[in-house]
Ligand binder design. Structure first.
Ligand code: GLN
Length: 518
């Protein structure tokens, strides 16, 4: 439906009026977080600086607002229940029967109010996942009803609905909107603003009808029409005066008009590319591009920064073999190998990397993509033909990617994932140094395995440069090949930090190298 994009766009407009804004997502599923969900179930897991594994909507919030989110921005029913049950065990409910109302709803309200009480934000936008009528959503809607009552005009409710178009009748149908508003009203919540998702413009008559039947102001019926890019939605919402209506409901009037100059500059460049570059994204979840959401968006940002269109071709790594790699990757001017977990498709990734390395094609590997680059080099240059990551072959004689000793001890307890932001020192006079232009960076992680430092010397002798290291643990963060025009692999996830107004330098310089035909 696009609640995430509408939330992010509203946030952007409020921010562009000078307000400090954050956006929070409440997900009504029972998982504590999406960490254990299959990417096919859920798309990408977005990771915050503080190591929260969250829904991909948080990625949209960060890309739009350019403000980092945290664990407090991501709440699931699982987390709510866990908090309530922990309190119950600690005896904090003083012998009372613990119930959905008031205990679960109180916990939900507490999470909604917690970001506001930090004093950092003028406005907190809380997006509630799911749809009105879902059994899972009931406690959330009740929490909203109570918050409305408690906060009065300091709280506004926006409801997003879908307005289908019946092609045969040439007609937009508002009945589903009327029904879902009615259902919300039955649960005690009167929306202040309706955002109508539509493929065709919604006339003033229809808006007036919806306003009348749904009990909202006429100008509070706002259309959200399909846009060629999500990055146009803030401009469309500005035309619809969404933030103005919301501020009126919140009694925060007389705010300056939104200043979207930098945003429109980005769109201008994005919409008028001077050339096109073809880049392959080699991964195993290509049937569901949402798995690579942040990577796809980072390429949009980096493309605009280079004034070129990135024609990204998603390639199933399972289908790549030594025999067909040149056919499959023919015409690709740059090759990215994606992050991932498990064995499937790994050999194809390694073949794609060999093809990029030997053919001097710009290469950029992320997380598992970097690990595969290490394995490829070990096998084909160092001659360690059996080398592998112990994630995939625990019995390999050359464990070039392995668990660290302290992780091995903990593995029986469910394993440990390195999550969140860690510092990395950049070596001078390297590709990484020329890209980052600073000696110390911080990037986000989500992985278990690491480069095995036992092999550092052998790799260095053969021409690999380890240009990024964790200053505390000495773990390898960046590998590169100076003999190659552009070959870099990173253990972290730079895509998670790329935003519209701050495109990530690794993506920017990778696209630049591809465009230059290096
Ligand atoms: N599977 C690898 C690890 O756990 C890489 C993870 C990733 O690509 N995010 O280390």
């Amino acid at each position: 439906m696009g609640k995430g994009i509408i939330s992010a766009s509203l946030g952007k407009l409020l921010q562009a009026r000078g307000l400090s804004v954050t956006i929070q997502k409440l997900d009504p599923y029972i998982n504590i977080d999406p960490d254990t969900l299959n990417p096919y179930e859920h798309g990408e897991c977005f990771v915050t600086n503080d190591g929260a594994v969250t829904d991909l909507d948080l990625g949209h919030y960060e890309r739009f607002l350019d403000v980092p989110t945290s664990q407090a921005n991501s709440v699931t029913t699982g987390r709510i229940y866990q908090a309530v049950i922990d309190k119950e065990r600690r005896g904090e409910y003083l012998g009372k029967t613990v119930q959905v109302i008031p205990h679960i709803t109180d916990e939900i309200k507490c999470h909604i109010k917690s970001l506001g009480s930090t004093g950092q934000y003028d406005v907190v936008i809380t997006e509630i996942g799911g749809t009105v009528g879902d059994i899972e959503s009931l406690p959330y809607i009740e929490a909203v009803r109570q918050l409305r009552w408690e906060l009065g005009s300091r709280c506004a409710v926006i409801h997003l609905t879908y307005v289908p178009y019946l092609a045969a009748a040439h007609e937009l149908k508002t009945k589903p909107t009327q029904h879902s508003v009615k259902q919300l009203q039955e649960q005690g919540v009167q929306p202040d603003v309706l955002v109508l998702r539509t493929e065709h413009p919604i006339s003033q008559e229809i808006r007036a009808k919806v306003a009348l039947f749904c009990n909202v102001d006429k100008d509070a019926v706002v259309q959200s029409i399909d846009a060629p890019t999500i990055y146009q939605v803030p401009l469309l919402m500005r035309e619809e005066r969404l933030s103005e209506v919301v501020l009126r409901k919140l009694k925060m009037e007389n705010m300056p008009e939104p200043d979207l100059t930098a945003w429109t500059n980005f769109l201008e460049k994005y919409e008028n590319p001077k050339k096109t570059v073809k880049i392959a994204l080699v991964g195993k979840y290509v049937e569901l591009p949402d798995t690579y959401k942040s990577i796809l968006e980072a390429f949009v940002h980096a493309g605009a920064a280079n004034e070129c269109k990135v024609d990204l071709k998603l390639i199933q790594s399972e289908n790549i073999t030594a025999n067909n790699v040149d056919k499959v990757l023919e015409g690709m001017q740059g090759i990215m190998v994606a992050p991932g977990f498990g064995e499937r498709g790994v050999e194809g990734k390694i073949e794609a990397i060999r093809y990029a390395r030997e053919g001097n094609i710009p290469f950029f590997g992320i997380c598992l993509g970097m690990q595969c680059a290490v394995i490829e080099f070990a096998r084909n240059v160092l001659g360690y033909t059996d080398s592998h990551s112990t994630e995939i072959n625990p019995n390999t004689s050359q464990k070039v990617i392995d668990l660290m000793a302290d992780q091995k001890n903990q593995l029986n307890k469910g394993g440990t994932m390195r999550l969140g932001a860690y510092d990395c020192d950049i070596k001078e006079n390297t590709l990484a140094a020329s890209i980052y232009k600073t000696g110390r960076i911080s990037e986000r992680h989500r992985h278990r395995y690491e480069f095995n430092n036992k092999y550092t010397e052998a790799f260095e002798k053969a021409g690999v440069v380890f240009s990024g290291k964790n200053p505390e643990t000495n773990l390898i963060e960046i590998v590169e090949l100076p003999a190659h025009p552009f070959f870099i692999g990173v253990q972290f996830h730079p895509e998670l930090k790329s935003t519209v107004l701050n495109p990530h330098p690794l993506f920017v310089d990778f696209v630049k190298a591809v465009a230059a035909g290096k």
